[in-house]
Design a protein around this ligand. Structure first.
Ligand SMILES: *[C@@H]1O[C@H](CO)[C@@H](O)[C@H](O)[C@H]1NC(C)=O
Length: 497
């Protein structure tokens, strides 16, 4: 057992400043850079937040469970909110709230009216997309999308005719899980249409108290990280644990830094982990999950869910949960690693020995560049010290090696005991949770399962500007209805730097 006691009884003064920053506007950068804000949204039963000016709202925002981007679909453009997902390749929209398992949650978000778009063309092909926590039955259409300043034409987009547990559509950013490009995914199309030079984007989810998260296609923002971007090879499909092609990298260690600045670290590890913005939690091998839990005092283990509850005061402490990738360390502040929902504070990790995942509880502290063309992931400690966009070029090594402009974090002191976070022991939780677990929380979709399309799509139609005829096949798509109102869209966050 580790002598690491992150106890609520030793509360330090909160160091978290409440930011009342405006939601960042969509800006077009230089050549081939497209930027779109990323916001955290809460699940159905959570409070619907409209304002974010005061501390109460900020605290509530920490219950955000999914990260989303606003895009526009169709002609004339209809604004939609989609989950941003690096764990799945398909992009689909969800107007089918009547067949969603929680229709009220689904109706919280704006929906697409297929009858009002002149650029929609049906493909006649449908599919069932299966994710970690649910699925969607979609019909594919060709449509016009606008993401930030980019206008993408003839993009294959699914329109849901039924969905389970996933109440809003998904902007899929991963490679195809089975390794076969069955059609041109959004990133492919952006490159093919000359909007970006490489199939590459950077993702900055930001901490729970900072609203300036962003998804940047074809560029990086050196005002959003500290030090260098470490280049990590993406594992080849053959080398991933399940043979699925995902954004897998090798994690070489884990650790914990205490509020007093001392740290503990595991021995050197070699754990394949994939980066999934669609996963609310991180899912790590059981011994690591247990070692993290054992680093906190007064935890309660819930055998139903696998959640470890911690005293909420822990979120106000300095200290971090640390992830090592070769020479690069990403320290996740406790405030970002602990998920606050329905008055409970839950450690942001669950066990998974098959497909370890670093989800939102990790990505909030990382600045990550995903270079699909070169199968490389670049990673740095995220921060927020302004905006300076630099373009990603083409060919080999297109991601600029620019140093981040933000100030380095204090260096933790090693406790002198060396490799002292034991991630080999099997631990039996002593304290069992007996309260009521959060229910009905809209978790992220989780990773897409591998699939093969049921039919081949025809080639994209020539853009004629004429709509109409191609729409008949989407007759099952729910259209019209109640005026769409986006509520519950909240910006996460507070400066952690
Ligand atoms: C989709 O989810 C529903 C509800 O969990 C389930 O009954 C159905 O079998 C799922 N479909 C597929 C193809 O996984």
């Amino acid at each position: 057992m580790l002598p690491l006691l992150l106890a609520a009884t030793s509360l330090l003064a909160p160091t978290v400043a409440v930011a009342s920053q405006p939601r960042s506007a969509v800006v077009a950068g230089g050549d081939g850079i497209i930027r779109a804000p990323v916001n955290a949204i809460a699940g159905g039963p959570l409070p619907k937040l409209r304002a974010r000016q005061n501390k109460v709202d900020v605290a509530n925002q920490k219950g955000g469970t999914r990260y989303a981007v606003d895009i526009e679909v169709g002609t004339p453009a209809q604004k939609l909110t989609l989950i941003l997902d690096t764990g799945s390749p398909d992009t689909w929209i969800n107007p089918a709230c009547d067949t969603a398992n929680v229709p009220a949650d689904c109706r919280t978000f704006s929906r697409f009216d297929a009858t009002k778009s002149s650029s929609l063309k049906d493909t006649g092909v449908g599919d069932v997309l299966v994710y970690g926590i649910g699925n969607a039955t979609v019909e594919y259409v060709y449509e016009t999308l606008k993401i930030g300043s980019a206008k993408i034409t003839n993009q294959v987009v699914g329109i849901a005719v039924e969905s389970h547990n996933i109440p809003l559509g998904i902007l899929g950013m991963s490679p195809p899980v089975n390794g076969v490009n069955e059609y041109s995914y959004v990133l492919d199309t952006m490159k093919a249409q000359g909007l970006i030079k490489s199939r590459a984007f950077s993702l900055d989810l930001r901490g729970v108290d900072n609203p300036n998260g962003a998804l940047i296609f074809g560029g990086i923002d050196t005002g959003k990280y500290i030090g260098s971007l470490a280049k990590l090879p993406m594992l080849s499909q053959a080398n991933t644990p399940s043979g699925a092609d995902r954004y897998y990298v090798t994690m070489t260690g884990v650790g914990v830094t205490l509020p007093d600045g001392t740290m503990a670290k595991s021995e050197t590890l070699s754990v394949p982990v994939f980066l999934d913005s669609g996963a609310t939690f991180s899912h790590l091998p059981t011994p690591i999950y247990q070692a993290f839990a054992a680093s906190f005092s007064n935890t309660q283990y819930d055998p139903e869910s696998g959640y470890y509850y911690v005293p909420c005061g822990v979120t106000e402490l300095d200290g971090s949960v640390d992830f090592y990738f070769g020479g690069k360390t990403i320290r996740v502040p406790l405030n970002d690693f602990i998920w606050q929902v329905q008055g409970r504070c839950i450690l942001g990790v669950l066990p998974n020995d098959e497909e370890p995942t670093l989800g939102d509880t990790f990505l909030r502290a990382a600045y990550v560049v995903f270079d699909q063309d070169n199968r490389e992931i670049h990673i740095a400690q995220a921060a927020d010290c302004g905006t300076n966009l630099v373009a990603i070029g083409s060919g080999a090594n297109p991601v600029p090696s620019s140093t981040g402009q933000c100030t380095a974090l204090p260096t933790p002191t090693n406790t002198g005991k060396g490799d002292n976070l034991d991630v080999t022991a099997t631990r039996v939780p002593s304290n069992t949770f007996t309260g009521t677990a959060p229910t009905g929380v809209g978790l992220g979709p989780g990773p897409a399962q591998s699939k093969t399309m049921s039919a081949t799509l025809g080639s994209a139609p020539q853009a004629t500007g004429a709509g109409g005829a191609g729409k008949s096949g989407v007759g099952r798509v729910e259209v019209g209805g109640v005026a769409a109102v986006v509520v519950g869209v909240v910006n996460m966050a507070v400066m952690m730097v």
